[in-house]
Design a protein around this ligand. Structure first.
Ligand SMILES: O=c1ccn([C@@H]2O[C@H](COP(=O)(O)O)[C@@H](O)[C@H]2O)c(=O)[nH]1
Length: 270
């Protein structure tokens, strides 16, 4: 999907919500556990109930890889369902990959070609030649970790090298890479006070913002400096939406939580 198509969907739905599909079999309603593929059944019900309220879904691949081949199959069924039933919806494989060039190409093929996600998350630690293979894919995005939502972000990302914070160097340097127009960045909602600085470096780029809800981030605080003319934000919530209820009404409960956020976004966009 192109960035223009994503922006058009955001404007139509008055939403920049991304729902995280982080499925944990210990947390889903028990009546689903007797099904052949409980993870897919859970995702399908969530997608059917929420697709009109969000513009993107983000399965974190760890939650599928943890269940081995069966989990990978559930991930494949989920992305196929999204691509067939809701091709307008943006999809993110939250896999946080990156390796030497030829290996990165294989990771990119796995997520962007074989599974046909619109984007994949990558770690910047191995540098330009580990990220450019992802950027080479036309009409696909590479979402690079910049300033993450966790406490450990302060271990390295905010540390200064040559008098400049590492996350700023990541943002600045990557702007000069080949096909950098295909880059987006991860910035945690728990780091709202950094958005003004970040927007000085990447004024237009889309930011994927996890950390709303379960991690305590606040939508209004993020939007204050994060929002651009083209919105420029994808706000993710996973547990706060998909585990709103453990009962048979779980999909409706998730839709209510998603609607709460969509309504706040509609208000912000006015
Ligand atoms: O900095 C980061 C990068 C990625 N994540 C991922 O986003 C979701 C957040 O889930 P919640 O349940 O809404 O807290 C999850 O998949 C993380 O691995 C992040 O939280 N922070």
């Amino acid at each position: 999907m192109t960035t223009a198509e994503l922006i058009s969907q955001i404007n139509q739905k008055k939403s920049f919500l991304c729902i995280g599909l982080d499925v944990d079999l210990n947390k889903i309603p028990s009546h689903l556990l007797v099904k052949e593929d409980p993870i897919f059944e859970f995702n399908k019900a969530i997608i059917d109930a929420t697709h009109h309220l969000c513009v993107a879904y983000k399965p974190n691949t760890a939650f599928y890889e943890a269940y081995g081949l069966k989990g990978w199959k559930s991930l494949e069924k989920t992305i196929n369902y999204l691509n067939e039933k809701h091709p307008e919806i943006y999809t993110i494989a939250d896999a946080k990959r990156g390796d030497i060039g030829n290996t990165s190409t294989m990771y990119a093929k796995a997520f962007l070609e074989d599974l046909a996600f619109d984007s994949v998350t990558v770690a910047p630690y191995m540098g330009k030649d580990s990220v450019e293979p992802f950027l080479a894919f036309k009409d696909k995005h590479t979402i690079m970790l910049a300033l993450t939502s966790n406490e450990g972000a302060f271990d390295f990302q905010t540390q200064k090298i040559d008098n400049k914070e590492l996350y700023k160097q990541v943002l600045e340097t990557s702007k000069n890479w080949n096909n950098s127009e295909n880059l987006m960045y991860v910035v945690g909602a728990t780091k709202a006070e950094y958005f003004a600085e970040i927007r000085k470096i990447v004024p237009e780029a889309f930011l994927l913002v996890p950390g709303i809800g379960a991690q305590g981030g606040n939508l209004q605080d993020v939007c204050k400096y994060g929002l651009t003319e083209n919105v420029g934000l994808l706000i993710n919530s996973s547990r706060g939406i998909i585990y709103a209820s453990k009962n048979e009404d779980f999909a409706n409960a998730a839709a209510l939580k998603a609607e709460e956020l969509q309504q706040q976004m509609e208000e912000i966009l006015k």
